[in-house]
Design a protein around this ligand. Structure first.
Ligand code: B16
Ligand code: MG
Length: 227
């Protein structure tokens, strides 16, 4: 039954590499400039969320709730992106999170396909810096889709490009909106983070170093058999 898995589709930020931290630092710089309180706890809500929607969430934390024009919003989002881009220029293969290279090797050894489903428009650049771009049969970022996570489109598009039925795909995510997207796509969801945060995931692991092909395959087979 374990052979049934036909593809793994990974989220990027917070799963393959810790660029989630750079997103946080860049937004924090914008928030500090605007005098808005922005905590790491609140930042969890921004994971997997598009740039503009992230900005709206950040501004919702302001005490004065002043209105920003569309142009001001564009400028703020653009400034955050430039800060973020400066940070990701320093990304190297050593920034791949623990356990990921081992899992990728096992997936490839078994002839299982690999896809990426990211909400980030910087995904191609980051994958290139990590030296992983050519390893993935499909890389889908938000420029290729109409609806962001929690909509399943980004995961479905990756499965379509890999020519795999979603029912035989494993999605790996660190964001609540991402796990929702995987489940709505009809895939098996592996979440990275706190168990309480992911009641709908099929398997929750605290950190990427705990990713283990055999464990995922067993959990997938058992879910497929309705156990
Ligand atoms: P960008 P993922 C998401 O990437 C991040 O989790 C989220 O924090 C970010 O706002 C979003 O990408 C957009 O990124 O501003 O680079 O287009 O986790 O889906 O790989
Ligand atoms: Mg993520």
């Amino acid at each position: 039954m374990k052979e049934q898995i036909q593809a793994f589709i990974f989220d990027l930020d917070g799963v393959i590499t810790d660029t989630a931290e750079y997103h946080y630092l860049a937004w924090k710089a914008i928030a500090d400039e605007l005098g808005i309180e922005f905590t790491r706890a609140f930042n969890e809500n921004l994971k997997g969320v598009s740039r503009m929607d992230s900005l709206k969430l950040l501004l919702s934390q302001a005490k004065d709730r002043r209105e920003y024009t569309a142009q001001e919003m564009e400028e703020l989002a653009d400034r955050k992106n430039k800060l973020y881009q400066t940070m990701i220029e320093k990304v190297t293969p050593s920034d791949i999170l623990p356990g990921i290279n081992e899992l990728l090797s096992e997936i490839k050894r078994r002839g299982i396909k690999l896809g990426l489903a990211s909400a980030s428009k910087n995904a191609f650049f980051v994958m290139e810096r990590l030296g992983l771009k050519s390893e993935f049969g499909a890389i889908v970022d938000s420029s290729k889709i109409a609806n962001n996570k929690p909509d399943p489109e980004v995961f479905l598009k990756a499965a379509e490009m890999l020519q795999v039925d979603p029912a035989y795909c494993i999605g790996v995510e660190d964001a609540v909106s991402g796990v929702q997207a995987i489940k709505s796509a009809g895939m098996f969801a592996v979440a990275i983070g706190d168990r309480e945060a992911f009641p709908h995931a099929d398997l929750v692991l605290e950190r990427t170093s705990q990713l283990d092909f055999a464990q995922i395959a067993t959990a997938f087979a058992s879910a497929a058999n309705g156990n």
